[in-house]
Design a protein around this ligand. Structure first.
Ligand code: SF4
Ligand code: SF4
Ligand code: SF4
Length: 584
């Protein structure tokens, strides 16, 4: 054995390891696994649930998520003792758990349900929770539902909120058998500074934190013969939905999604990538105007509603930095709300606009009063990727056997710049592709700005040369990183002119509404690569080269940043600091 070759033995099999932080990662790398509720590779190990126990020769029972690997260790995964401990943990959790599995939002994807079945838990030997101990379900949030009766105190949500968003919205309260996880000060989730990112629900192994479902609302409009239904699909959905149908992460299924949406009954299928191109036309123009005037720099991107709300809640003094551009979803909906009824000869309320998003915060965004026209929300309903997958399954559609279709036009045509919005760095890269050509009048030859890409590095600073003009762009994902950037600006240390923020680690590819991915941190990169592949393969890769965008300006919006464009495509923000402060 050489110094740099480290090995251990798992169930008698020799396994090499390098820099894995704990035994659990070595076990997984060797193609094996042990159950866990609380371990999430992107979060600090907690060692709370005791499901990942292994027997280490000479050391006894150890939690594999907290024990570092050592050369020569001999470990056993499924001994009589480890299986007995796991089964006892399951029984104890079930004794204290709501048992409405059949009607639970998480049924079929709940880890407690899965392990109880795998470990053959058929009876519970411990006293069960009494009816009077049940706590009320909290559905005050526009995006999430919190059912404390299904919480197993794994702490994953508390760590996700803190470590990703730097936000102590959720925390442990009380002690001993009275311990609960709850929003700050015991308030309902809808009344605290939650930004609706859904990262807590994404890591929750049970039905204690789930996405607020709009599936029934959407079925009711699809099946209503008096409604025309129009749908748009966000960039990141296409590279993740396939996972719910056994396809590899990153597989671009947009053609199958278009076909599935028509089979579900939607009348018109458009693509949010189109309005990502529209966003770039507006945002690149706004950025160049600010560069020229030197005002309100750095410019903050504004397409992530969790980030926008964070700024409104915590730093209203910085709102002037936010681009006034609506998000791509909220740009496309008002355009559709005006032009589709005109084209079809119907009234706005005879049409419903649905958006398929990777994002739980979009459920909040679509309810913002300023994103409505004549009192009617521009986007009627937001469905997450996961909700769409469930609708497709419940309709009995064999997703993988569909013939790929294309979206309807003109709002279905898009460039590669629109596609890459779904990954952290994508908005800034798309903006620079257009801003360069707008500013210099010359063709940008090398359009792949690879330094902006990558889902594991949550903060990147990229220096660019716009033909003599030096430009520095900061790309961050997670609000924890955004907060660092804001501090730098407030302390006068910031040296960047544009700040792209996505609240979810790695961007929308890893949004709270995407299929479960918290056991495997590589999935978000695989999804991002799927988007960059589509970008490379598309004939047009710069937003300002999209002919349908030019037509829309020529026929309706006049020009980027025109009065008309401002009326429909731009928005205003709210100082929520006082409101949120008063509510604590
Ligand atoms: S949605 Fe986001 S901000 Fe709100 S509690 Fe969950 S992790 Fe925290
Ligand atoms: S709400 Fe979910 S993630 Fe949070 S502690 Fe409870 S079970 Fe764990
Ligand atoms: S990063 Fe994307 S998915 Fe996450 S909250 Fe922001 S817009 Fe939604």
């Amino acid at each position: 054995m050489t110094d740099d070759k480290k090995i251990m033995f798992i169930d008698g099999k020799e396994v090499e390891f390098t820099n894995e932080p704990n035994l659990l990662e070595v076990i997984r790398k060797a193609g094996m696994n042990v159950p866990t509720f609380c371990y999430r590779p992107d979060l600090t190990p907690f060692g709370a649930c005791r499901m990942c126990v292994v027997e280490v020769e000479g050391r006894g029972i150890q939690s594999s998520c907290t024990m570092p690997p050592e050369n020569g260790l001999k470990i056993h995964l499924n001994t009589e003792k480890t299986r007995r401990i796991r089964k006892t943990v399951l029984e104890l959790l079930l004794a204290n758990h709501d048992k409405e599995c059949l009607t639970c939002e998480k049924s079929g994807s709940c880890e407690l349900q899965k392990y109880s079945e795998e470990y053959g838990v058929r009876r519970i030997r411990y006293p069960e929770k009494k009816l009077e101990d049940y706590l009320p379900v909290d559905d005050s949030s526009p995006s999430l539902v919190r059912d404390p009766n299904k919480c197993i105190l794994c702490g994953a949500c508390v760590r996700a909120c803190d470590e990703f968003q730097g936000h102590a919205v959720l925390g442990f309260a009380n002690r001993g058998s009275k311990t609960v996880v709850q929003p700050m000060a015991g308030k309902p989730l809808g009344q605290v500074d939650c930004v609706n990112c859904g990262q807590c629900a994404a890591v929750c192994p049970t039905g204690a934190l789930t996405i607020k479902s709009d599936i029934e609302n959407v079925w009711s409009v699809i099946t209503n013969p008096n409604k025309k239904t129009v749908v748009q699909i966000a960039p990141a959905v296409r590279v993740a939905l396939g996972e719910m149908f056994g396809l590899k992460a990153g597989t671009n299924t947009i053609g199958l999604i278009d076909a599935a949406l028509r089979k579900l009954g939607f009348d018109l299928v458009f693509d949010t990538n189109f309005s990502a191109d529209l966003t770039i036309m507006e945002e690149a123009s706004e950025f160049l105007a600010r560069l020229k005037s030197g005002e309100n720099l750095p410019l903050f991107t504004s397409c992530c509603p969790a980030w926008v709300k964070y700024l409104e809640d915590q730093h209203p003094d910085m709102l002037k930095h936010l681009s006034s551009c609506k998000s791509p979803m909220s740009m496309l909906s008002p355009v559709l709300a005006r032009l589709v009824p005109e084209k079809l000869g119907i009234k706005r309320d005879e049409m419903s606009i649905v958006a398929i998003m990777p994002c739980t915060a979009k459920k909040f965004e679509c309810k913002r009063p300023e994103l409505s026209t004549d009192g009617h929300p521009d986007t009627d309903y937001v469905l997450t990727t996961k909700e769409l997958g469930r609708m497709i399954k419940s309709a009995g559609i064999d997703f993988n056997k569909l013939d790929a279709e294309t979206p309807d036009n003109p709002f279905g045509e898009y460039t590669g710049a629109g596609t890459i919005f779904g990954a952290s760095g994508g908005v800034a890269e798309a903006a620079v592709r257009t801003a360069y050509e707008f500013a210099t009048g010359e063709v940008l030859e090398n359009i792949d700005i690879k330094e902006m890409r990558g889902t594991s590095n949550r903060s990147k600073t990229i220096q660019l040369d716009l033909k003599g003009t030096k430009l520095t762009v900061r790309v961050v994902s997670t609000l924890r990183e955004a907060e660092i950037a804001i501090r730098e600006i407030k302390e006068g240390k910031a040296d960047f002119q544009m700040l792209e923020v996505m609240a979810c680690p790695g961007g929308c590819v890893n949004g709270g509404g995407q299929p479960h991915s918290c056991d495997n941190s590589a999935i978000k990169q695989e999804r991002a690569e799927g988007l960059y592949k589509e970008d490379e393969e598309l004939p047009l890769r710069k937003s300002h080269c999209n002919p349908s965008i030019h037509k829309l300006y020529a026929e309706y919006l006049e020009s980027p940043n025109s009065h008309k464009a401002h009326e429909i495509l731009h928005t205003v923000y709210t100082n929520r600091f006082e409101y949120s402060y008063k509510n604590i």
